[in-house]
Design a protein around this ligand. Sequence first.
Ligand code: SF4
Length: 485
Amino acid sequence: MLTCLILLPIPVFKNSNFPAITLPSFFMASGTRSIRKRKQPEAQYHPMPMKEEEGAVLPSDCVSDIEDFSLEETLRLRPSLLRWYDENKRTLPWRDPPKSGSEEDRAYAVWVSEVMLQQTRVVAVIDYYNRWMKRWPTLRHLSDATQEEVNEMWAGLGYYRRARFLLEGAQSLVKATEFPRTASSLREVRGIGSYTAGAIASIAFNEPVPVVDGNVIRVITRLKSISSNPKESATIKAIWKLAGQAVDPSRPGDFNQAIMELGATLCSVTNPNCSTCPLSDQCQAFALSKRSSSMKVTDYPLKVAKPKQKLQFAAVCVVKILSESDLDKIPKFLLVKRPDKGLLAGLWEFPSVLMDEEEHTDEKARRKMIDIYLKTSFNLDIEMRNSFNLVSRKDVGKYVHVFSHIRLHMNVELLIISITETSFFEGCEEKHQTWKYVDEDSLQSMGLTSGIRKVYNMTQKFKEKNIQESEHFRCQMKKKIKRKV
Ligand code: SF4
């Protein structure tokens, strides 16, 4: 599972935020297809862009070396695949029909599960899905949720924009006269792209439309020995077309789940189990691999080099506040809210600033940037210590958070301050919607992104190692209180 982190500027500073954090080796002359097109009248297809929300425009021409499924092929493929699915499908919570029996409730469940499953493994999603459906069992329940509640529920799943779109989609649909029942009308809903629309329409409403995800691409490129670049829009378009030809009009939802299930289980990326595959006698990659020892089914789909990850550097300051008047009081932490728009919108994080690589290696420069940020944004003047005492300030360590396109190097410091006046916190939340002080118990239970959770855990470990320091603080404070008495 990948988590995403973005970096959005706030006034004056480069404020770091946790962005979200995704040939065959030879030309196979014998595997290259002749250009033949056959008509497939049975199922509809929607050659739409695969990626949700991108709205990519595809070229009108098709990849020339990809041949259609013949009618004979689809008539053999469908029953083989569906029989295998009926006998082997995994038991997953989103496959249970809703107790209400309502198609709209089924559509909602499919929607939630499919959005969660994007970029995330099934095992990681099950718990999230069950918790989500317990809290918001229908679209109407979800539409009453706040963004903050949804973010908390989503925390750790990554790609937080998905959660925001789910909420926005639910809120817009409860106002609509009816739930959209076709892939084309579902695509009108914010956050629902071609894949999710196909899944909902076929599974909940029995529309014979395909779905194309990474698993489907893998299965189809192997079935048809497609050697074109699977990242190119023309190839994706051709695969949507093939998936549309293959989908069984009598059981479209099951067929789509079956082909994805095959890709997720038997037809895996590195270790496909072709000997037990229900489609092996129709699989061209398998046939080629039997014909020549130099060919492997794993040569399909074509391996495409990943774009280089961008390096980013951030100074992160975990500000912990102790009370001098009550030494047993639970400490508080300063959290900052990300802007309401963009990736990781509305999520909470520790104060941080983005830096250049050279500055980042310089402790003085890091602290200076953090000091300016704390002073101007939260009125915490580290130099003057206007309303608090400085207990300690230590570098905790480095942490690299890896996202699909960014490697974020974080230098984490723990800044402990103590206060005498409880008025220090007064009115903070009313006055400032974008930052707050949270006590340690709440921090541990609230939904945090995996990057922030990691930073917090680092400071906890550091604290355990340096326990004598807080003891020193307690002794000092006790002496101070005694003197006052
Ligand atoms: S035969 Fe092998 S490569 Fe072909 S679809 Fe089945 S598992 Fe995948």
